[in-house]
Design a protein around this ligand. Structure first.
Ligand code: BES
Ligand code: MN
Ligand code: MN
Length: 471
């Protein structure tokens, strides 16, 4: 079966890429209210593609708030396993806009890459799933006169498939978390396929087996009841920016160690086997510093490699500070309030609840006099490490070997995909995290890209994977 499907994917490679571009033109930024209609449009586009390729029970699931889920299934492979395919069609905001070589929502090809916001995270990867399914569902011998018409497909999938796509992964995934909890039967499957991760290096087939969790917070500091003239009141009125800076400076020491009491209590160290495997990965810390990070020095906790620090240690970062005077020129003001966006990445066996409580208590304790602090939780998700001892991981490595000609490496990632923990907890199924991003793809950054070769080989990898699971 896969030979026909792979041939079909190759014949239609140009159209597949064009259709990805159509999705990339929709600015489905989930965090900004102005783009709510665009997120909706992207959901509709994905749903109509699922219908067109012959998936069944396609539904755009809307709730009173948030962005829709897109569901579909094809459950006619009697006796075969069921996969739950996951990806997200929302994207991060594109700013800073003037850093983009070509506009973020005008997908542009350069040097074998496709540049656009969402190219790799995660529309490109979502479309690898759609195209693998389309290639498998398409008849190898079209019926005369009806080829291409909706519903004319007489192809069959080698396994049963359910699809669940979300439009708010980048803002914490509240809707999908609720859906998984309330309707586990609608997502009943033997395993999940997550297409939202990256390969460790170009040409190196990779499965991701661990993700960090996170708590994303806002820290709001208030001083005077209103903005004040800084000459008249400077020296007497508290300055919330200075207080905020003092609080932030108290959260971490110069070596990157988080100073919140008890924060590291539940951190579980990676196993000796895992650490040994990480040492064998093709990774040069100096090259990573220079080419990927581009800073004069890497920072972080003493005694850990950069891989350990990003995959297996908790961290704390500040994403933005809002308030006060930020226009051109000078304004002499003591602002009444200042807000910082602060997140912490968590690792097993930390819990978001405990981490948030410890953080909040500590902030209250170290805040300077004269200001009040409000600590708000925006979203959170648990860290996960998944087992590799199951037939689906085996099938994945076999499929990847066919397409890439190499043995698969197992890695963790420092990023977070909140729903993966919920799949394990509520659906009780393992996940296979097979993604085709590259380390320099620029996720969440200007000039995000997807390697076009990886898009096509990703599609072939998924075709082979589904076939292998069905065999
Ligand atoms: N796809 C990423 C997560 C990721 C990145 C996994 C690299 C593996 C390798 C995902 O879209 C993402 O960015 N998630 C957010 C989490 C969210 C709750 C805001 C993240 O990690 O910041
Ligand atoms: Mn993603
Ligand atoms: Mn992302």
């Amino acid at each position: 079966m896969s030979a026909g499907a792979v041939a079909y994917a190759r014949e239609n490679a140009g159209r597949f890429l064009d259709e990805l571009k159509t999705l990339l033109r929709i600015p489905s930024v989930s965090t900004t209210p102005e783009h709510k209609g665009d997120v909706e449009k992207a959901a509709e586009w994905v749903a109509s593609e699922l219908r067109r390729i012959g998936m069944e029970h396609v539904e755009v699931i809307r709730a009173a708030e948030g962005h829709p889920l897109v569901y579909a299934d094809w459950l006619h492979a009697a006796g075969k396993p069921t996969v739950l395919c996951y990806a997200h069609y929302d994207v991060q905001p594109p700013d800073p806009l003037d850093e983009w070589v070509s506009p973020p929502f005008e997908p542009t090809e350069r040097n074998g890459n496709l540049y656009a916001r969402g190219a790799v995270d995660d529309k490109g990867q979502l479309v690898t799933q759609l195209k693998a399914l389309e290639s498998l569902l398409h008849p190898t011998t079209p019926k005369p006169g009806v080829s291409g018409a909706p519903g004319s497909q007489d192809g069959k999938l080698p396994i049963n498939v359910r699809v669940i796509y979300e439009g708010e992964e980048e803002v914490g995934g509240e809707r999908i978390a609720g859906f998984v909890q309330e309707h586990p039967e609608r997502l009943k499957a033997d395993f999940a396929l997550i297409s939202d991760t990256e390969m460790f290096a170009p040409e190196l087939p990779t499965l991701c087996v661990g993700l960090r969790g996170m708590i994303y917070t806002e820290l709001e500091v208030r001083g005077a009841k209103t903005d004040l003239h800084s000459g008249m009141y400077g020296g007497a009125a508290p300055n919330p920016f200075v207080a905020l800076a003092q609080i932030i400076a108290g959260l971490k020491d110069r070596d990157g160690k988080i100073l919140i009491p008890g924060f590291y209590d539940d951190v579980k160290a990676p196993s000796g086997d895992e650490l040994a495997a990480w040492k064998k990965l093709p990774f040069d810390e100096e090259e990573y510093r220079e080419k990927e990070v581009g800073a004069s020095k890497l920072v972080g906790e003493k005694g850990y490699s950069a891989i350990e620090r990003t995959w297996a240690r908790p961290t704390l970062d500040v994403h933005g500070i809002v308030g006060g005077f930020i226009g051109a020129g000078a304004k002499t003001v003591i602002p009444a309030k200042a807000t910082a966006k602060v997140s912490m990445r968590l690792v097993p066996d930390m819990t978001p609840e405990k981490a948030f409580r410890q953080y909040k208590e500590y902030v209250e304790k170290i805040k300077p006099e004269g200001v009040t602090v409000e600590v708000r939780l925006i979203h959170s998700g648990e860290a996960i490490v998944i087992g590799t001892d199951n037939p689906y991981v085996k099938a994945a490595t076999t499929a990847l070997k066919k397409v890439w000609g190499k043995d698969t490496v197992f890695i963790r990632s420092g990023g977070s995909i909140p729903i993966v923990g919920d799949f394990e907890k509520h659906l009780k199924i393992p996940s296979v995290m097979m993604g085709f991003g590259l380390p320099d793809d620029g996720l969440h950054a200007p000039n995000e890209k997807f390697c076009i070769g990886n898009f096509h080989r990703g599609i072939e990898s998924l075709i082979e994977f589904f076939d292998e699971v069905g065999a």
